[in-house]
Design a binder for this molecule. Structure first.
Ligand SMILES: [Zn+2]
Length: 303
């Protein structure tokens, strides 16, 4: 958070234009600390009372996937800041063309990257091949804070591509990009957490932000709900894109994907190979159809 301090304490200083970035070695312990706090909150005030055996087993798997996620991110993390540096050096992108101040770049960068995160998430659901990568995240039957980073490396690559596109479209400096990614990771932990906000507070927050209650609808096992509430930080994208769903009552909400519940598919090995298993999640009738026509996209009816 050094750059925040510089930004607000020395608004006229020249180094505010190139604030120090918190390293990934700093951000990981920060996110681990927020993870631990949210986990304790879940234990104290759970939304759903999962059976202890199911919860412990699922946490083990999700933490193993999270370790893969962290490793992939450690490998890829220089790429999008390099794109931001290139954009800055060449003054390429909307913020440079408009001559925005650092504060303007911060606002445009956060809003623009969040719009692209919404678009990336929609494509993960609407393109058959991308859905195969994303279904690992949706196949979780016990959504909690450990679901936040249950993400296939193929999905991570796709999202990095969208970050780079957002950097060039909006002229996003590296410090704004890192700020957005940190906020996004923090919110990912919160919106998957197994606790429920009081409904009145949730209603007010939802006017602007994606809340834990709102994102839980997206993890519903039922398709009309799964294909709603794609937004990342700001709920406005779902309202503008007509994908906003206020959601079912929690008593009616079940998580996961039909056809993905068995232990082999939920194992670490099963999760990692999930994108490449053509017949998984299909009914027998769909399997027959797929055999007859290998180029057809997987049906969404079985989600
Ligand atoms: Zn999704």
């Amino acid at each position: 958070m050094v750059y925040f301090a510089k930004f607000f304490v020395q608004p006229g200083a020249t180094d505010v234009l190139s604030p120090d970035l918190p390293s990934i070695e700093t951000r990981i312990p920060f996110l681990l600390a927020t993870f631990a706090i949210i986990f304790l909150f879940e234990v104290a005030f759970p939304l759903f009372a999962y059976a202890r055996r199911d919860r412990v087993r699922n946490i083990g798997r999700n933490l193993a996937i999270t370790a893969v996620f962290v490793g992939v991110n450690l490998l890829l993390h220089p790429i999008s800041p390099m794109a931001a540096q290139f954009s800055s050096d060449t003054h390429f992108g909307l913020s440079y063309w408009l001559g925005l101040s650092p504060l303007g770049q911060l606002a445009l960068g956060i809003i623009g990257l969040d719009l692209f995160a919404y678009a990336a998430h929609v494509t993960l659901h609407k393109f058959g091949w991308m859905w195969r990568f994303h279904r690992m995240h949706h196949a979780d039957r016990f959504v909690d804070v450990t679901t936040a980073f249950r993400e296939h490396p193929g999905e991570t690559l796709w999202r990095v591509g969208w970050h780079i596109a957002g950097v060039f479209a909006f002229g996003t400096p590296a410090w704004v990009l890192v700020t957005y990614l940190t906020l996004s990771a923090l919110n990912a932990q919160l919106e998957h957490a197994n606790f429920r906000l009081p409904e009145k507070l949730d209603w007010w927050l939802r006017l602007l932000f994606v809340t834990p209650n709102m994102h839980k609808v997206h993890h519903s096992r039922h398709l009309p709900e799964t294909d709603n509430n794609y937004s990342n930080l700001f709920s406005i994208w779902d309202r503008l894109g007509r994908t906003y769903n206020p959601g079912p009552h929690f008593a009616e909400l079940t998580y996961g994907l039909d056809g993905f519940d068995d232990e082999a598919k939920q194992s670490l090995n099963g999760l990692l190979k999930m994108p490449f298993m053509t017949g998984w999640g299909q009914t027998e009738a769909q399997s027959d159809e797929s055999s007859a026509n290998r180029t057809s996209k997987p049906s969404t009816a079985s989600r």
